[in-house]
Ligand binder design. Structure first.
Ligand SMILES: [Zn+2]
Length: 209
């Protein structure tokens, strides 16, 4: 597995390209914007993009989904269905944050807790982690001990819960049940900021201790 992180939008959201080294097939996680730049990078990497994975439908994570899916004829997997109200509000979100116009999309596949998704020969466990948004999902690859956690957990912090249908205790519960159950040496990629490990957060994150 190879991973390339490309921060997109003024919010510097960590869009990831996940590449299966065996098949050269790839998925893109959370294409929040800058679709032309992402397509150029996919071309330069010479990989076959097979799907879009979405953790949650905030604009900086999902704003480019419709354009990218249409441009490259890609299926969209995720988020969990409770995020449909955020998908429907993508256009409003783009105006609110003065982003380029973002269009709503229809996921090819809604994801549920304990589903799996594949990228080439790679497999990812899906965990439904509500609290930041009600339909937020995370993706965990056990073989490489790496997780994509969107805006659930950050190095030294956790996601905001002051948006509509956000809930602090629900997010804490999600972190404990789906992420803190992972071994210490698992790394995670957040929607913003640095990579960290589960062990580092268990030791130092004030929201978790
Ligand atoms: Zn978010």
């Amino acid at each position: 597995m190879k991973v390339e992180i490309i921060p997109v939008t003024p919010f510097q959201q960590n869009c990831s390209i996940i590449i299966c080294s065996e098949t050269n097939r790839a998925a893109i996680v959370d294409p929040g914007g800058e679709v032309e730049r992402l397509v150029d990078r996919i071309d330069a990497l010479g990989v076959t993009l097979e799907k879009i994975l979405i953790t949650h439908a905030h604009i900086d994570h999902a704003g480019g989904t419709k354009d990218l899916a249409d441009k490259l004829d890609l299926p969209i997997e995720g988020p969990q269905q409770e995020d449909i109200f955020w998908i429907d509000r993508l256009s409003d979100q783009s105006r609110m944050f003065q982003f380029p116009e973002a269009k709503p999309f229809v996921p090819t596949r809604w994801l549920e807790h304990d589903d799996t998704v594949t990228v080439g020969n790679l497999t990812f466990d899906v965990k439904h982690c509500p609290g930041h948004t009600p339909g937020h999902v995370v993706f965990i690859n056990h073989e490489n001990k790496l997780a994509w956690v969107g805006d659930v957990l950050f190095k030294g912090s956790m996601g905001r819960t002051d948006f509509p249908r956000g809930d602090h205790q629900t997010l804490i519960d999600s972190i404990h049940s789906s992420l803190m159950t992972l071994p210490d040496d698992y790394q995670f990629i957040s929607g913003h900021g640095d990579i960290s490990t589960i062990g580092h957060e268990r030791q130092t994150n004030p929201y978790i201790r």
